[in-house]
Design a protein. Structure first.
Length: 238
């Protein structure tokens, strides 16, 4: 284990009424203990999970638009508003890793082309691959060894089958390569990774939740088991 604790430095915050401190889950944050090599952040859109993940990446020295410590390129609004107000506790500290931000991955791929580093990602430009292929090229070629990986909605480009492939990659790296993952996701497939910790950002708190209690699992299960009833209630409710 590397990252052990995330602490909000409340005494340094100038105003809890400004973004992102008025987000309920951030406003109520004191400390989060990380006790697992694979930890998921879940919650509705706007619940603060991506905001906190970005702040962790910023504190790690990773490019908050996506990348590691040595990926230097600028993207508008890539600054973290929260990074200066959290403290990360390590045992031991690890500086190797990567921050994947699905929404700005295009810019990272362009950066790799600009610096002529396509050879490190399977020998082909990430722009010359499908979105899902480029994500898998990143996971297979860039992720290795003792490192921390912060991933914001990695399922965005992955089909259900490719999400299962990604689960195997996580397993191999966490169990054999001594890697740590913190993943913000909406995917019930990824959340099913065995023995992972799931932290919910809903209800104004950040708290541990069982897989079967997540909305992602319950809504997906209900939809698959009672699709016609679900859609009738949804579409014909007057």
């Amino acid at each position: 284990m590397f990252l052990k604790r995330i602490t909000l430095l409340r005494e340094n915050i100038p105003s809890m009424k400004k973004y992102p401190f008025y987000i309920p889950s951030i406003q109520n944050l004191e400390e989060i203990d990380i006790n697992n090599k694979v930890t998921f952040f879940v919650g509705e859109n706007g619940s603060g999970k991506s905001t906190l993940l970005e702040a962790i990446a910023d504190k790690c020295g990773f490019n908050t638009a996506g990348g590691g410590r040595n990926n230097f390129y600028d993207v508008h609004a890539a600054e973290s508003s929260l990074g200066n107000y959290i403290r990360l506790s390590w045992l031991p500290k690890v500086t190797n890793g990567f921050f994947l931000r699905a929404e700005s991955f295009y810019h990272f791929a362009s950066h790799i082309d600009t610096v002529g580093a396509a050879h490190a990602y399977g020998g082909r430009s990430l722009h010359e691959q499908s979105h899902g292929e480029s994500f898998l090229s990143l996971f297979l070629n860039r992720f290795k060894g003792k490192a921390i990986y912060l991933l914001d909605e990695p399922e965005a480009a992955l089909s259900p089958a490719r999400q299962l492939t990604f689960l195997k990659i996580i397993h191999d790296l966490a169990s054999e390569g001594d890697a740590q993952f913190i993943i913000a996701t909406h995917s019930p497939i990824l959340l099913g990774y065995p023995n992972a910790d799931i932290l919910s950002f809903d209800d104004g708190q950040i708290s541990k939740i069982d897989y079967e209690m997540t909305d992602h699992y319950q809504i997906t299960k209900y939809f698959l088991q009672q699709r016609e009833k679900f859609l009738d209630e949804l579409l014909n409710d007057e």
